[in-house]
Design a protein around this ligand. Structure first.
Ligand code: KIV
Ligand code: NA
Length: 265
């Protein structure tokens, strides 16, 4: 199997092929989505919510991210594996950002890191890239800044924030990032950004005119139930399927139907 590289993502944008990206945090699920043909797997800090049940992405640690990332890497044969730098591991200084990124690369075997923000993290982006580690940006609704925003609503609806976002995207491109996630911004702005930079943009709640799409796997599979933003398309109702299977199992055990004559030694 031919592995996906950051260069291939650039070629996909060049020829107009959309990039498909999903999150994964564990070996079993990563295996399934890798064999399903996903281009990029993001070990997102959304693991903080989806895996650990925290209300925000802030509590997850670098050690925990590395554990998730190493599990995913062991499963993947084809996809590019990108790992989120968690809150507090890259904002302090570019040296800290580089050390955190090196730990992710060495200890998990992942292929790239992602971090949130624009001009605020420019020095960190440059420093990580200078070590030969591919970096993906993340602009718009950046969940690590939720307490600054105060709400999870659409970002960059006003001109000043939109203008900064366009400048930040250009800056990330100039620094040498291989792509940028655009989260929950107006489709028109996302389209404008995607046209004005050469590197691929990956949208989540950013409309169709971006170079790829990303969703949290547990959301698109219908495992998480309460989270229903407009941008989320559900491709399966696994919550119901799993719940039904568990009910059947409980009832079979209670009824002494399981195990049967064939299901024993
Ligand atoms: O952590 C995450 O899942 C993400 C994606 C939603 C882009 O950053
Ligand atoms: Na994230």
């Amino acid at each position: 199997i031919k592995k996906i590289t950051t260069h291939q993502l650039q070629e996909m944008k060049n020829r107009g092929e959309k990039i498909a990206m999903l999150t994964a945090y564990d070996y079993s699920m990563a295996r399934i989505i890798d064999s399903g043909g996903i281009d990029v797997i993001l070990v997102g800090d959304s693991a903080s919510n989806v895996m650990a049940g925290h209300e925000t992405t802030l509590p997850i640690t670098l050690d925990q991210m590395i554990y998730h990332a190493a599990s995913v890497v062991r499963a993947v044969e084809r996809a590019l594996v990108v790992v989120d730098l968690p809150f507090g591991t890259y904002q302090g200084s570019s040296g800290e950002a580089l050390r955190s990124s090196i730990r992710i690369m060495k200890e998990s075997g992942a292929h790239a890191v992602k971090l949130e923000g624009g001009s605020e993290v420019k020095e960190s982006v440059i420093r990580i890239l200078s070590a030969g580690i591919p970096v993906m940006g993340h602009l718009g609704l950046t969940p690590q800044s939720i307490y600054k925003f105060g709400t999870y609503t659409v970002r960059a609806k006003e001109e000043a924030e939109a203008k900064k976002l366009v400048e930040d995207a250009k800056m990330l491109e100039e620094c040498g990032c291989f792509g940028v996630v655009l989260e929950k911004i107006p489709a028109k702005l996302a389209a404008e950004v995607s046209k004005s930079i050469r590197i691929p943009t990956i949208g989540i709640g950013a409309g169709p005119d971006v170079d790829g799409q990303v969703l949290v796997m547990q959301d698109m599979l219908g495992i998480t139930q309460e989270f229903k933003p407009r941008f989320l398309r559900r491709y399966a109702d696994l919550n119901n399927i799993i719940n039904g299977a568990v009910k059947q199992y409980v009832s079979d055990v209670k009824a002494k139907d399981f195990p049967n004559q064939d299901e024993k030694y």
